[in-house]
Design a protein around this ligand. Structure first.
Ligand code: NAP
Ligand code: MG
Length: 481
């Protein structure tokens, strides 16, 4: 493959022979691998090569029922009664085993999801382990976390996750649920089931009591069956706003608790007094990290007019150095788009932006001939009325708007149905505090972007959902007081 600007990098592919992937996966229910009652399996592929990796079971309502029954049984008979200190040890053990198998997990994450191996290795897997470590510590300290409030577990949690951070989302969901004494039925996204199934193997190796964590695979219908199961106490969902709305409707009038982590369209705001070079790195990290498959991606750039030209020129130059291609290569910055479906959606938005008359910039890289890839793209001179500005693209596509005053940029940044995250770049602390207090966003990063830590809560405003994951806040949705 020819790469004009990166000719000096020799390929450095990560080995994959140590990753053990079965030819076929059943459902992980009650501590065992169980055949699906549908007898059906579906293929899971590598989006960078379009090759089949494995096939996984399709669970239907009957299988969901079996998994919920196993979770209920484990809750009543074992998990609820176990001293919290002992529960903490199991969670700690899971964390340790994720660390021990981190190389294998990173390789499988990249093979199945298309993200660069550097990201899986340096971000997804260690952050997943850190979530288990962090929540292991809380298990026997809930009385201290919520003094005089007598926190109690809820029961069975149904957890449904998307394809952009498969293992990490599973960790975000499972770790706090277990620490608070709940049991779990988790469904990964149809496109990226393999690391969750690997996690099931780890859970089995940790001797977690059968039924405490059940992992089942399937499509949207399987997720709906979990949501609608009468014996589920809590629903934790991360995914699109559309599905979030369906879930909220279907649980209306029930006693089920829910947290919804939905879409986003974050503003990344650069003031003229910002450290421009760092800001350019922040912009690149904000939107091109994980191919832009990030709900909190800094997908709307706002640059103060006086520095717009400089920022755009430096941004274009930096983008030209980004290596797009084989996600298994350790040099790669931007891997494969997660699925054909997602690539089609992104390409549709590229056309919409062009049709809206926006100036489009794409880097001169050559895309691999196989697999699903997209060039990092800018839409310059965008306005609030453009669809590429208001709708979530979930790809490596950045719109650029300019502004003159702080009031103007706050108004524009907030004028969107989403409110998950935002970024601000300035030398002035007072400006940061002024802006962060007025932004309707769950997370605001200042002079950095896409920083995550298990101790820090994450979640949205408005159509980005409700409830928080991470930190002390992340325990609350799994408890009653
Ligand atoms: P999605 O279509 O909403 O799917 C999310 C999960 O829900 C998948 O496991 C999916 O199964 C399942 N599902 C689909 N229909 C369902 C239904 N009717 N009832 C119950 N479950 C159902 O979202 P996606 O396309 O996978 O992910 C991208 C979206 O997630 C983006 O909008 C992004 O912003 C959002 N996201 C948000 C966060 C956050 O923390 N706020 C994090 C990551 C992603 P299938 O995969 O089988 O369809
Ligand atoms: Mg879907």
């Amino acid at each position: 493959m020819e790469k004009e600007f990166t000719w000096d990098y020799a390929p450095a592919p990560e080995a994959k022979d140590h990753a053990k992937i079965k030819k076929q996966y059943d459902l992980f229910i009650n501590g065992e691998w169980v055949k699906p009652s549908t007898k059906k399996y579906f293929n899971t592929i590598n989006p960078a090569t379009e090759e089949k990796i494995s096939e996984v079971a399709e669970a239907n309502e009957k299988d969901v029922d079996l998994a919920v029954k196993a979770a209920r049984n484990a809750y009543e008979k074992t998990w609820k009664k176990m001293p919290a200190k002992e529960r903490g040890k199991y969670i700690f053990r899971i964390a340790r085993m994720i660390q021990e198998r981190s190389r294998e997990l990173a390789v499988i994450e990249t093979l199945n999801g298309g993200k660069s191996i550097r990201e899986s290795r340096d971000f997804d897997v260690p952050t997943a382990a850190n979530h288990f470590f962090y929540y292991a510590g809380w298990a026997d300290k809930l009385e201290y976390a919520f003094p005089n409030r007598n926190p109690k577990s809820l029961g069975v949690a149904a957890q449904i996750i998307p394809w952009n951070f498969p293992l990490l989302m599973a960790a975000w969901k499972i770790a706090p649920a277990l620490a608070t004494g709940n049991t779990v039925v988790l469904k990964p996204a149809e496109a990226t089931p393999l690391t969750a199934l690997k996690l099931a193997e780890i859970i089995q190796d940790c001797d977690l009591p059968p039924g405490v964590v059940n992992i089942i695979t399937g499509f949207g219908k399987t997720g709906a069956a979990m949501v609608n199961h009468p014996d589920v106490n809590k629903i934790a969902f991360t995914g699109s706003t559309d599905v979030g709305k369906i879930i909220q409707k279907s649980i209306a009038g029930t006693n089920k608790k829910a947290t919804l982590e939905l879409g986003g369209k974050a503003a990344n705001i650069i003031f003229e007094d910002a450290p421009i070079n760092q800001a350019v790195e922040g912009i690149v990290n904000g939107i091109f990290f994980n191919q832009g498959h990030v709900c909190c991606a800094g997908s709307r750039l706002f640059v103060q007019e006086s520095v717009a030209e400089e920022v755009i020129q430096k941004l274009k130059a930096r983008m030209e150095t980004l290596i797009v291609g084989d996600p298994m290569d350790k040099n790669t910055d931007i891997g494969a788009i997660n699925s054909k479906e997602q690539l089609l959606k992104i390409n549709e938005y590229l056309k919409i932006g062009a049709d809206e008359g926006l100036e489009m910039f794409q880097t001169s890289c050559t895309l691999p001939s196989k697999g699903f890839f997209c060039k990092p793209t800018l839409f310059i001179g965008a306005a609030q009325s453009n669809r590429v500005v208001t709708e979530e693209i979930f790809g490596p596509v950045l719109t650029i708007q300019t502004f003159r005053t702080i009031e103007e940029v706050i108004e524009k940044a907030n004028n969107i149905p989403y409110g998950l995250s935002a970024g601000v770049w300035t030398d002035k602390g007072s400006k940061i505090f002024n802006l962060t207090s007025k932004m309707r966003a769950g997370v605001v990063w200042a002079n950095t972007y896409n920083k995550f830590d298990p101790t820090s809560p994450f979640g949205g405003y408005k159509e980005s959902g409700f409830g928080r994951e991470g930190g002390l806040h992340g325990l609350m949705p799994y408890l009653s007081f």
